[in-house]
Design a protein around this ligand. Structure first.
Ligand code: SAM
Length: 286
């Protein structure tokens, strides 16, 4: 009983490491989030670092979160609806992995399960054991990341999966797989939107025209800017994360007053002993 209580008291956090995850700069982001809103929208959810932080506080709101990645959204739904079955399936992956890590990893990587539990436990298993811990598929939708160098990866974080399942069940939360424009159709005054799209790459050449990053190209950044403007006109409070690139600074020039620069010193260049941290932007309309 005592152990069960301890398990339930853990605060939920991202259950996968995701490209562009916001855990490191979370305190800076949350410092810019309004105290009150009726509905919270996060249409580029990813690992959900910001969402989990806010939803576990004592705020009364409706939470509308989404992402275009179907497998990721299925993972949230499975943790909400079938937590225990998922934990058992992950435990079975962990057992086989620790007997023969490399052999088992590549076997799972090549598999293509169709069932909900098997699909999601494969995603989480690969995320916990692959190189760099990032779930990334190639242009053909195939996961091709090699095995990571972990001595004892935490494949089944049972406490966190239970905490995530519990929060998803207990609050007024809608989770969907959709494009950001569809997700934001019903945002209105008194609502708050946090946008964390795939970042515009920093241009290194003068004759830059367009880049593609996870199929989110410059046209999508323009589409996102149009959405930001439209939300602004409706009186919605909007906060956007993006790179400090000239394309983004130029698109959002009208909101210059609401731009905050964040120094994310994530990379240390060991060869030159130099910090090569990069600067990101937070852009807000309030
Ligand atoms: C930078 S990540 C978000 C990271 C997240 N904030 C975190 O802490 O893990 C961007 C997310 O946008 C999603 N995405 C890409 N294109 C999208 C689109 N058109 N509409 C909605 N989501 C999209 C990707 O699947 C990815 O999960």
């Amino acid at each position: 009983m005592k152990q069960e209580c301890q398990i339930l008291s853990v605060a939920p956090k991202p259950f996968v490491k995701w490209a562009g995850g916001k855990r490191q700069i979370l305190p800076i982001i949350t410092g810019h989030i309004p105290n009150r809103f009726e509905q919270y929208f996060e249409p580029f959810l990813g690992g959900g670092a910001v969402f989990f932080n806010l939803v576990s506080q004592d705020r009364k709101a409706k939470w509308i979160v989404s992402d275009l990645n179907y497998d990721l959204v299925l993972s949230y739904i499975t943790i909400r609806d079938r937590t225990k079955e998922l934990i058992s399936s992950l435990e079975s992956h962990a057992q086989s992995y620790f007997k023969s890590p490399s052999k088992y990893y590549y076997k799972v990587r090549e598999s293509n399960p169709k069932g909900q539990i098997d699909k999601v436990s494969r995603l989480i298993f690969l995320n916990k054991t692959c190189f760099n811990g990032l779930y990334r598929v190639n242009s053909k939708g195939k996961f091709n990341v090699p095995l990571g160098r972990y001595v004892n990866p935490n494949i089944v974080n049972k406490e966190n999966l239970l905490a995530v399942g519990r929060i998803l069940q207990s609050k007024d939360i809608s989770i969907k797989c959709q494009d950001f424009e569809d997700a934001l159709k019903h945002a209105g005054e008194d609502d708050f939107v946090y946008l964390d799209p795939p970042y515009q790459p920093i241009s290194t050449t003068a004759n830059f025209t367009s880049y593609t990053d996870e199929n989110f190209d410059y046209q999508d950044q323009k589409r996102l800017y149009a959405e930001f403007k439209s939300l602004d006109r409706k009186g919605v409070k909007v906060l956007l994360s993006n790179s400090k690139s000239r394309e983004i600074l130029s698109l959002f020039k009208e909101f210059t007053k609401g731009i905050v620069e964040i120094n994310a010193n994530r990379f240390i260049n060991s060869v030159s002993q130099k910090r090569t941290g990069h600067t990101e932007l937070l852009i807000k309309n309030y």
